[in-house]
Design a protein around this ligand. Sequence first.
Ligand code: NI
Length: 178
Amino acid sequence: MSILKIAKLGHPVLHTKALAVKKLPNPSINTLVNDMSETMLDGKGIGLAAPQVHINKQVIVFRAPTEKENEQNTIEITALINPKITKFSNETNDDWEGCLSIPGMTGLVKRYSTITYEGFDMNGNVIKKDAEGLHSRVVQHEFDHLMGIVYISRLADNRAFGFTDEIQEYWKNHYEKE
Ligand code: NI
Protein backbone atom coordinates (compact mmCIF):
# COMPACT_ATOMS: atom_id res chain seq x y z
CA MET A 1 0.00 0.00 0.00
CA SER A 2 1.14 3.52 -0.55
CA ILE A 3 0.11 7.04 0.21
CA LEU A 4 -0.79 8.85 -3.00
CA LYS A 5 -0.22 12.49 -3.91
CA ILE A 6 -3.39 14.55 -3.58
CA ALA A 7 -4.38 17.02 -6.31
CA LYS A 8 -5.16 20.44 -4.89
CA LEU A 9 -7.70 23.01 -6.00
CA GLY A 10 -6.50 24.53 -9.27
CA HIS A 11 -5.43 21.20 -10.75
CA PRO A 12 -7.61 20.48 -13.81
CA VAL A 13 -8.18 16.82 -12.81
CA LEU A 14 -10.55 18.15 -10.12
CA HIS A 15 -12.74 19.67 -12.84
CA THR A 16 -12.80 16.67 -15.16
CA LYS A 17 -15.56 14.05 -15.30
CA ALA A 18 -14.25 10.64 -14.28
CA LEU A 19 -14.64 7.62 -16.55
CA ALA A 20 -16.53 4.45 -15.61
CA VAL A 21 -14.54 1.38 -14.59
CA LYS A 22 -15.15 -1.23 -17.28
CA LYS A 23 -14.12 -4.50 -15.64
CA LEU A 24 -14.57 -5.87 -12.12
CA PRO A 25 -12.96 -7.52 -10.28
CA ASN A 26 -9.79 -5.83 -11.42
CA PRO A 27 -6.43 -6.03 -9.60
CA SER A 28 -5.51 -2.45 -10.52
CA ILE A 29 -8.77 -1.20 -8.95
CA ASN A 30 -8.09 -3.24 -5.78
CA THR A 31 -4.67 -1.61 -5.50
CA LEU A 32 -6.19 1.82 -6.14
CA VAL A 33 -8.86 1.31 -3.44
CA ASN A 34 -6.25 0.18 -0.90
CA ASP A 35 -3.98 3.11 -1.68
CA MET A 36 -6.88 5.59 -1.61
CA SER A 37 -8.00 4.22 1.78
CA GLU A 38 -4.51 4.63 3.19
CA THR A 39 -4.24 8.13 1.72
CA MET A 40 -7.63 9.13 3.17
CA LEU A 41 -6.71 7.91 6.67
CA ASP A 42 -3.30 9.57 6.48
CA GLY A 43 -4.99 12.87 5.62
CA LYS A 44 -7.61 12.36 8.35
CA GLY A 45 -10.34 12.61 5.74
CA ILE A 46 -13.66 10.78 5.74
CA GLY A 47 -13.86 10.40 1.98
CA LEU A 48 -11.69 10.46 -1.11
CA ALA A 49 -12.41 10.25 -4.83
CA ALA A 50 -9.98 8.88 -7.43
CA PRO A 51 -9.64 12.21 -9.32
CA GLN A 52 -8.18 13.65 -6.10
CA VAL A 53 -5.23 11.28 -6.54
CA HIS A 54 -4.94 12.10 -10.27
CA ILE A 55 -6.83 8.98 -11.40
CA ASN A 56 -9.69 9.79 -13.73
CA LYS A 57 -11.89 6.84 -12.74
CA GLN A 58 -15.25 6.50 -11.00
CA VAL A 59 -13.95 5.18 -7.69
CA ILE A 60 -14.65 6.61 -4.24
CA VAL A 61 -13.86 5.52 -0.71
CA PHE A 62 -15.51 6.87 2.41
CA ARG A 63 -16.16 6.27 6.05
CA ALA A 64 -19.63 6.52 7.46
CA PRO A 65 -18.91 6.20 11.17
CA THR A 66 -21.41 3.80 12.74
CA GLU A 67 -22.14 2.73 16.29
CA LYS A 68 -20.59 -0.62 15.52
CA GLU A 69 -17.39 1.17 14.54
CA ASN A 70 -17.34 3.03 17.84
CA GLU A 71 -18.03 -0.10 19.88
CA GLN A 72 -15.38 -2.20 18.23
CA ASN A 73 -12.91 0.63 17.86
CA THR A 74 -12.44 -0.21 14.19
CA ILE A 75 -12.67 1.85 11.06
CA GLU A 76 -14.98 0.68 8.31
CA ILE A 77 -14.26 1.96 4.84
CA THR A 78 -16.66 1.57 1.94
CA ALA A 79 -15.31 1.49 -1.60
CA LEU A 80 -17.88 2.35 -4.25
CA ILE A 81 -17.25 2.00 -7.96
CA ASN A 82 -19.29 3.59 -10.78
CA PRO A 83 -21.72 5.13 -8.28
CA LYS A 84 -25.05 6.73 -9.14
CA ILE A 85 -27.38 8.66 -6.90
CA THR A 86 -30.83 7.39 -7.82
CA LYS A 87 -33.03 9.28 -5.34
CA PHE A 88 -32.78 12.64 -3.63
CA SER A 89 -35.04 13.91 -0.85
CA ASN A 90 -36.89 17.19 -1.33
CA GLU A 91 -35.40 18.31 1.93
CA THR A 92 -31.91 19.82 2.07
CA ASN A 93 -29.68 20.85 4.95
CA ASP A 94 -26.57 22.96 5.37
CA ASP A 95 -23.46 21.77 7.18
CA TRP A 96 -19.71 22.40 7.25
CA GLU A 97 -17.42 20.49 4.92
CA GLY A 98 -13.75 20.31 4.19
CA CYS A 99 -11.86 18.55 1.42
CA LEU A 100 -8.38 17.04 1.25
CA SER A 101 -7.92 18.92 -2.05
CA ILE A 102 -8.68 22.25 -0.35
CA PRO A 103 -6.59 21.92 2.82
CA GLY A 104 -7.05 24.31 5.70
CA MET A 105 -10.41 25.56 4.47
CA THR A 106 -14.02 24.99 5.43
CA GLY A 107 -17.35 25.83 3.81
CA LEU A 108 -21.04 25.63 4.61
CA VAL A 109 -22.56 23.37 1.97
CA LYS A 110 -26.14 22.65 0.97
CA ARG A 111 -26.89 18.94 0.42
CA TYR A 112 -29.93 16.71 0.04
CA SER A 113 -30.82 15.31 3.46
CA THR A 114 -31.35 11.74 2.30
CA ILE A 115 -30.35 9.91 -0.86
CA THR A 116 -30.36 6.45 -2.36
CA TYR A 117 -27.17 5.43 -4.11
CA GLU A 118 -26.07 2.46 -6.15
CA GLY A 119 -22.75 1.20 -7.38
CA PHE A 120 -20.41 -1.76 -7.20
CA ASP A 121 -17.93 -3.09 -4.69
CA MET A 122 -14.46 -4.25 -5.74
CA ASN A 123 -15.77 -7.72 -6.61
CA GLY A 124 -18.44 -6.35 -8.91
CA ASN A 125 -21.30 -6.97 -6.48
CA VAL A 126 -24.08 -4.39 -6.51
CA ILE A 127 -24.27 -2.03 -3.53
CA LYS A 128 -27.57 -0.21 -3.02
CA LYS A 129 -28.17 1.90 0.06
CA ASP A 130 -30.33 4.60 1.57
CA ALA A 131 -28.24 7.19 3.37
CA GLU A 132 -28.94 10.04 5.76
CA GLY A 133 -26.89 12.40 7.88
CA LEU A 134 -23.11 12.36 7.42
CA HIS A 135 -23.35 9.21 5.29
CA SER A 136 -25.60 11.03 2.79
CA ARG A 137 -23.38 14.12 2.85
CA VAL A 138 -20.06 12.33 2.29
CA VAL A 139 -21.44 10.28 -0.63
CA GLN A 140 -22.78 13.45 -2.31
CA HIS A 141 -19.42 15.21 -1.78
CA GLU A 142 -17.40 12.32 -3.24
CA PHE A 143 -19.88 11.72 -6.08
CA ASP A 144 -19.50 15.39 -7.01
CA HIS A 145 -15.73 14.86 -7.38
CA LEU A 146 -16.46 12.25 -10.05
CA MET A 147 -18.53 14.87 -11.89
CA GLY A 148 -15.67 17.39 -11.67
CA ILE A 149 -17.44 19.44 -9.00
CA VAL A 150 -15.88 20.67 -5.74
CA TYR A 151 -17.91 21.75 -2.73
CA ILE A 152 -17.21 25.46 -3.15
CA SER A 153 -19.71 25.37 -6.05
CA ARG A 154 -22.44 24.38 -3.61
CA LEU A 155 -21.98 26.85 -0.77
CA ALA A 156 -25.11 27.67 1.19
CA ASP A 157 -23.77 31.21 1.59
CA ASN A 158 -20.87 32.68 -0.42
CA ARG A 159 -19.45 34.25 2.73
CA ALA A 160 -19.46 30.95 4.63
CA PHE A 161 -16.17 29.76 3.19
CA GLY A 162 -12.68 30.41 4.39
CA PHE A 163 -9.75 29.36 6.49
CA THR A 164 -10.84 26.88 9.13
CA ASP A 165 -9.63 28.95 12.11
CA GLU A 166 -11.46 32.08 10.94
CA ILE A 167 -14.61 30.09 10.19
CA GLN A 168 -14.43 28.56 13.65
CA GLU A 169 -14.10 32.00 15.20
CA TYR A 170 -16.65 33.96 13.18
CA TRP A 171 -19.15 31.38 11.92
CA LYS A 172 -19.22 28.17 13.88
CA ASN A 173 -19.25 29.68 17.36
CA HIS A 174 -22.09 31.93 16.25
CA TYR A 175 -23.91 29.49 13.98
CA GLU A 176 -24.07 26.66 16.50
CA LYS A 177 -25.65 28.92 19.11
CA GLU A 178 -28.65 29.64 16.92
NI1 NI B 1 -13.37 16.47 -1.40
